[in-house]
Design a protein around this ligand. Structure first.
Ligand code: SF4
Length: 397
């Protein structure tokens, strides 16, 4: 029988129900094609008042044995997928045909599907979950990372989230050990460089700790992404938030600066501060002004800034310093100089998910649709269109 004739029912013999591994809920957009591996569950800090992600969930550690079992199971799944590929005549490669066989087979459990996609994309990236895997002891992490590289040779870049205060507690030698064991990229939720903002938001970090941790990650030879949260200073600290965040980043010079604008859904403690008036949020346009001041204050760095999340109003604000600084500021100015009615149309389209860049406003069909929607919503909400735009914005959290 030509191998190509393998049918759904024939691949069932290669699938094993018992091969599972644990995955958590969150990964950065830049890790969309990465294999997600859970080392710890939830967030060991979990006090940041703006963060809804792990509220109500308890932090727990997984044992080294459990995590290694997951890794061994993934290695076994890879072997099974190779067998399917050989049976299909594709020589062990995870081709489109193998992918189709695995994904169209009702008995394929999600783990086979996940691993087949990961192999198909062939980038080999792994993202370690959840919120702060560096809270594990360095020796345990090195042990697991070594096992991961050993059992799954396809693994390339390995990335983890980490808190600045946790990195700060590790020595540079420990960070270098982790780098040598394969941990190549760290994402830090810096959020702000203002001590007032960090304290108010219960971030559990200071500007000095952010700088110490960031420099350590860079000195260890890892790639560093720092997340900044426009809007987090509110009306009270917006200038300080912009200028101090830039100051901290100027000291660190991370590889990436990633913007994640603040949203305040009811599930966050910050929402109560908002209701009580302790926190006054900025409007969309004020956040854009704040980002302008932030970018203007970034200096002597070679970082790449991205707005790679739909939660940001201006996705086009991106580029590498110093060359693209003027270009990023010009996108912001172009938005700020729009007539009020155009800004409203842009914001409605952006929050509704139909607009990606300012040039989309030139799409006549889209404009017409947005204008119709705006008219209707203005009637439906008795003129309270801001509430609808706000609700639309919260859908991406
Ligand atoms: S450390 Fe990160 S995951 Fe944990 S509560 Fe703060 S923002 Fe959320």
């Amino acid at each position: 029988m030509p191998m190509i004739a393998v049918r759904h029912k024939n691949i069932r013999k290669y699938l094993r129900e018992e091969l599972t591994f644990e995955q958590g809920p969150i990964r950065p957009p830049s890790e969309a094609k990465s294999l997600l591996l859970r080392f710890t569950r939830n967030c060991p800090w979990n006090r940041c008042t703006f963060c809804p992600i792990y509220k109500g969930r308890k932090f727990s550690r997984r044992t080294v044995r459990e995590i290694k079992r997951d890794i061994e199971n993934i290695a076994e799944i890879i072997n099974d997928l190779k067998k399917i590929s050989f049976a299909a005549g594709d020589g062990g490669e995870i081709t489109r045909r193998v992918l189709r066989l695995v994904w169209s087979e009702p008995a394929s459990h999600p783990y086979y599907r996940t691993v087949s996609l990961w192999l198909y994309y062939g980038e080999g990236n792994v993202f370690i979950q959840d919120a702060n895997s560096l809270v594990m002891s360095t020796s345990d992490l090195v042990d697991i990372l070594t096992c991961l590289k050993d059992k799954i040779p396809q693994v390339g870049r390995i990335t983890s989230y980490a808190r600045s205060s946790t990195v700060s507690r590790k020595s540079l030698d420990e960070m270098k050990e982790l780098k040598d064991a394969g941990l190549s990229r760290i994402h830090i939720g810096m959020e702000s460089g203002s001590d007032n903002v960090l304290k108010f938001m219960k971030k559990g970090a200071t500007a000095a700790k952010h700088i110490d941790a960031g420099i350590k990650v860079r000195e260890a030879g890892m790639t560093l992404s720092e997340y900044v949260m426009p809007g987090l200073g509110g009306r009270r600290w917006w200038k300080e938030h912009a200028v101090e965040s830039a100051r901290v980043l100027n000291e660190i010079n991370p590889d990436f600066i990633r913007l994640r604008s603040l949203r305040v859904p009811p599930s966050t403690p910050l929402y109560q501060d908002l209701l009580s008036g302790r926190f006054e949020p900025l409007s969309d346009d004020e956040v854009v002004e704040e980002i302008r001041l932030f970018i203007e204050s970034l200096d002597s760095i070679t970082s790449t800034l991205t707005s790679d999340h739909i939660i940001n109003l201006l996705e086009e604000v991106e580029g590498t310093f110093p060359d693209d600084k003027a270009k990023m500021l010009s996108v912001i100015d172009r938005y700020l100089e729009l007539p009020e009615k155009e800004k409203l149309l842009y914001r409605l389209g952006r929050r509704g998910g139909t607009i990606r860049c300012l040039d989309d406003l030139n799409d006549l069909q889209l404009r017409e649709k947005l204008q119709d929607a705006l008219k209707q919503l203005t009637v439906d909400t008795h003129g309270n269109i801001e509430q609808i735009i706000d609700e639309l914005g919260n859908q991406y959290i």
